[in-house]
Design a protein around this ligand. Structure first.
Ligand code: CAA
Ligand code: FAD
Length: 384
């Protein structure tokens, strides 16, 4: 039978969320997923539906219009949605983990009322802006500056690789206020689109997650009201790292979903495709691929669910999140490559979906901290 994580003692509520996400993915996301990948555009109607179904503010308290669910529920939904459409997965992941969660946890009451209540329903979409042309892995070397001018901060600089860069209405922007204090002089701000000096730049033409928009964003003397700073002065880098710890669980779930989606297609195809007078699933070489795929996926699933459970239980999940992302992203890359192989020539064309899964898998080893950075994070936890 197929693996479904039933052994993880999922509650009725968890199963209901998983089923709702699966239903939405199969019925709403699947039909035009190839067209969206080709067009490099997500469908705003689908995004609106995701909001209405509560998928954009899953962990946000109902007090701020969220679904009030736990991290494990979020992971289950991310997995199901990414099985079909990893672009929808990343759009959802950024809004939930990097934007909503950070504002709810560290933002002022005023920011929560003004932005979180709308971000949680999809009325507003968020983006998270840490990376810069010269600060990716080396995230402390922020060149974007936010100079304190009393009532406001003056923001200048360039962010790149920003998911939801164009789609978003409000952006979490990380910037350097006091370079002498290095990472302890960094702040995080909420910056609205449309303010003077804030420009959406180049759109990236990507290998995978093509329906998700990735842009450069430019800030030129943008005035950011002081009340839009998240947390105390100098908290911005710690804010970004804390937010990313949870984000990495979301991306690990995305990777898990991509792998599981490719596996399900491979299992089905192997029973249908006949060579040498029998289904290819009767060839041991194919059976062994399926066995190894299923085993790796289940191992990834345990790490991902475990990291979510640890977060829900209030435990330190830094290492667990990094391990889950490191492992699940490698599994996604390996499984999707094998899935194309199981499909033979049909695997190499868009119609059979697995080539998209393979292209989509690669990004999970890169964003929200590359695999090398996850190893660095894990080693620091082990050695501290
Ligand atoms: N959790 C909490 N705090 C952390 C942390 C973590 N995982 N990792 C580092 N920190 C803290 C450190 O404790 C330290 O704080 P103190 O000085 O107060 O103790 C501070 O951050 C700086 O850390 P280091 O001294 O270790 O700095 P470093 O420069 O040697 O290493 C790094 C920092 C871990 C490499 C960090 O820069 C990093 O995580 N880089 C990767 C950046 C990243 O993940 N970017 C993702 C962008 S968002 C994105 O990609 C979204 C998307 O695609 C959809
Ligand atoms: P670099 O840091 O230049 O790394 C290059 C290589 O060197 C990598 O293999 C890396 O692992 C390795 N390396 C670097 N330092 C070390 C080290 N100390 N030890 C060992 N190896 C090392 N960022 C955002 O802020 N918000 C977003 O929404 C967002 N979305 C993204 C969407 C996409 C599609 C992409 C491609 C990127 C996105 N990013 C986003 C940026 C992403 O987080 C960075 O690309 C990533 O952190 C790596 O940074 P870099 O590209 O500068 O690579």
């Amino acid at each position: 039978g197929q693996l479904n994580g039933m052994d993880f003692n999922l509650s009725e509520e968890h199963l209901a969320v998983r089923d709702a996400a699966r239903y939405f993915a199969q019925n709403e996301l699947l039909p035009e997923v190839i067209e969206r990948d080709n067009a490099q555009k997500f469908d705003p109607v689908l995004l609106k539906k995701m909001g209405e179904l509560g998928f954009l503010g899953m962990m946000v308290s109902p007090e701020y219009n969220g679904s009030g669910m736990d991290t494990l529920s979020y992971v289950l939904a991310m997995e199901e949605i990414s099985k079909i459409d990893a672009s929808a997965g990343v759009i959802m992941s950024v809004n939930n983990s990097l934007v909503c969660w950070g504002i709810e946890k560290y933002g002022s009451q005023e920011l929560k009322q003004k932005y979180l209540t709308k971000l949680a329903t999809g009325e507003m979409i968020g983006a998270f802006c840490l990376s810069e042309p010269e600060a990716g892995s080396d995230a402390t070397s922020q060149h974007t500056t936010a100079v304190d001018r009393g009532g406001y901060y003056l923001l200048n600089g360039t962010k790149n690789w920003i998911t939801n860069g164009n789609t978003s209405n409000v952006c979490v922007v990380i910037a350097q206020t006091d370079p002498e204090k290095r990472h302890k002089g960094i702040n995080a701000f909420l910056v609205e689109k449309g303010v003077e000096g804030f420009e959406v730049g180049k759109k990236e033409d990507k290998m995978g997650i093509r329906a998700s928009d990735t842009h450069t964003l430019m800030f030129s003397d943008v005035k950011v009201p002081k009340e839009n700073r998240i947390g105390d002065d100098g908290f911005g880098f710690k804010f970004a790292m804390n937010v990313l710890n949870g984000g990495r669980i979301g991306i690990a779930a995305q990777a898990l979903g991509i792998a599981a989606g490719a596996f399900e297609l491979s299992l089905k195809y192997s029973k249908e495709r006949k060579t040498f007078g029998k289904p290819i699933s009767d060839h041991q070489a194919i059976q062994f691929k399926l066995s190894e795929m299923a085993t790796k996926i289940e191992a990834a699933r345990l790490l991902v669910y475990k990291s979510a459970r640890m977060k829900d239980e209030g435990k330190d999940y830094v290492q667990a999140a990094a391990m889950a992302k490191l492992f699940a992203s490698d599994v996604a890359m390996w499984v999707t490559t094998e899935a194309v192989q199981v499909h033979g020539g049909y695997g190499y064309v868009k119609e059979y979906h697995v080539e998209r899964h393979m292209r989509d898998a690669k990004i999970t080893q890169i964003y929200e901290g590359t695999s090398e950075i996850q190893k660095l994070v894990i080693a620091r936890e082990l050695l501290k």
